[in-house]
Ligand binder design. Structure first.
Ligand code: 4AD
Ligand code: MG
Length: 432
């Protein structure tokens, strides 16, 4: 007898197989029991017909509790009525691990309850679908950048620097010295780009965000490429190609997950059409002012209603270019003819999902950077190594950071970023 995974059912139609699974749900009458089975690869139905199995097998099937683990043996059949397309006609059941009073029942539960049980909530069909999309985005990311000759460089997580501002840092004691959990690997990646040309990192980053919104995590994964000899325009092209590539891969490989999530494929398809529109920060402010956002002034950061309006106006992800210098990090290249803006672009996702990429061309010039570091109140001593890059063959370079969880949230079309992370870290939540 073969042991197979549910996902491989299509290759075993008409065969008798054994599957290790959990009982996600169950419905039964006097004559037939339907078990909703899951094994981590997919969900499908097991059918136990009283007249076709020994009495004790039917009795066992009727009494299985939610989340009991079992080996089921039976014949794989097509099941045109289900999303998955196959089922198993069960002839035998062996219980592996009992389950009693599983807290997440098929009824509705509140978010706090589900978040407290995140370790179990992950077993639901929707969470499973989200993690499959997340995995596909990760896989596509490595494929895209490896195919283009980027080298993966892992920047440190414990650092002494605060490139994105000092207000959102998680501080920790490092043998008597102050250290922080990394907000971004960028400065290290800039050093690596001067060594290896095109590099990327993909790892956890931390922000002590006091904001309780549906877009903010305190720990999230960032994909950060950094490219020597690349100016902003070329970087924008790479960004849009990368985003479109990820969506193509999800459309190609996550059909089942998208159907579980009820995510419209045509909507996603539209986001694979390049180029994405580009507007300047100035134009964005004007657009908002002309459309009833009277409170917006030049120099303000956009809030989420503003970003949503702009993105909806274009129906696609949109780049907003050349933000005010006053609200941008120190390392961004100043505009060549204006001293009030920098060569920065944020990519805003459609449908209200907000900023998914932040990037810029990087400033070069020792004196300029030193001045910015000092202006920002940062300790020069922590940045001497970064300033060194200016002394030994500085070149134009650009890079960006894409937030994985925000991208997952958007591609899945889900409400809140907390469901895009297996064990999300949020303001006031570090359990489980
Ligand atoms: O715009 P950010 O702050 O950019 C940087 O950190 C740059 N140093 C990146 C670079 O150029 N190498 O963050 C980049 C992205 C955002 O666009 C957003 O998608 C995500 O990271 N992000 C968050 N995601 C979830 N929760 C948060 N609190 C986030 N903060 C940023
Ligand atoms: Mg940003």
């Amino acid at each position: 007898m073969k042991t197979i995974q549910i996902i491989d059912s299509k290759n075993h139609v008409g065969e008798t197989v054994t599957i290790g699974a959990w009982v996600a749900n169950k419905r039964s009458s006097g004559k037939i029991a339907f078990l909703q089975l899951r094994d981590g690869t997919a969900y499908f139905q097991g059918v136990v017909v009283k007249s076709e199995v020994p009495e004790e097998v039917f009795a066992l099937a009727k009494n299985l509790n939610q989340e009991t683990s079992v080996y089921v043996t039976g014949e794989i059949r097509e099941d045109a009525r289900s999303k998955f397309g196959y089922e198993i006609g069960i002839s035998n059941i062996e219980v592996i691990g009992e389950s009693h009073d599983y807290p997440i029942t098929p009824k509705e539960h509140g978010t706090d309850f589900l978040m407290d049980h995140r370790h179990l909530w992950l077993r639901s069909t929707k969470q499973h679908a989200i993690m499959q999309v997340r995995n596909e985005l990760i896989r596509a990311t490595y494929e895209f950048f490896n195919d283009r000759g980027f080298i993966k460089i892992d920047p440190p997580i414990l650092t002494g620097s605060a490139p994105e501002g000092t207000t959102e840092l998680f501080a920790t004691d490092y043998f008597g010295e102050q250290a922080y959990l990394s907000q971004t690997g960028q400065l290290y990646l800039e050093a690596a780009a001067m060594a290896f040309g095109k590099v990327f990192s993909f790892g956890p980053t931390f922000r002590a965000e006091k904001s309780k919104t549906r877009r903010h995590l305190t720990e999230f994964w960032m994909m950060e490429p950094e490219m020597a000899f690349v100016h902003q325009e070329e970087s924008l092209e790479i960004q849009e190609q990368y985003v479109a590539f990820m969506i193509e891969k999800v459309l190609e490989n996550c059909d089942y997950a998208l159907s579980v999530l009820d995510r419209d494929r045509d909507t996603l398809k539209k986001y694979t059409e390049l180029p994405y529109p580009r507007i300047s920060y100035d134009e964005a402010v004007e657009l908002l002012q002309q459309n009833g956002f009277d409170d917006v002034k030049w120099g303000d950061d956009f809030g989420s209603p503003h970003e949503t309006f702009i993105a909806n106006h274009f129906d696609k992800p949109v780049f907003i270019l050349n933000y005010p210098k006053s609200m941008s990090p120190f390392y961004m290249k100043p505009h060549p003819t204006r001293d009030d803006v920098v060569i920065r672009a944020d990519l805003i996702a459609p449908e209200g999902y907000g900023e998914i990429i932040g990037g810029s061309e990087r400033a070069i010039g020792y004196d300029y950077l030193l001045e910015q570091i000092e202006k920002d109140g940062l300790d020069r001593a922590d940045y001497e190594w970064y300033l060194d890059l200016q002394k030994y063959g500085a070149v134009p370079h650009s890079g960006f950071g894409l937030g994985l969880e925000r991208t997952v949230t958007w591609v899945c079309g889900i409400e809140h970023v907390r469901e895009a992370s297996p064990f999300p870290r949020l303001l006031h939540r570090i359990y489980p």
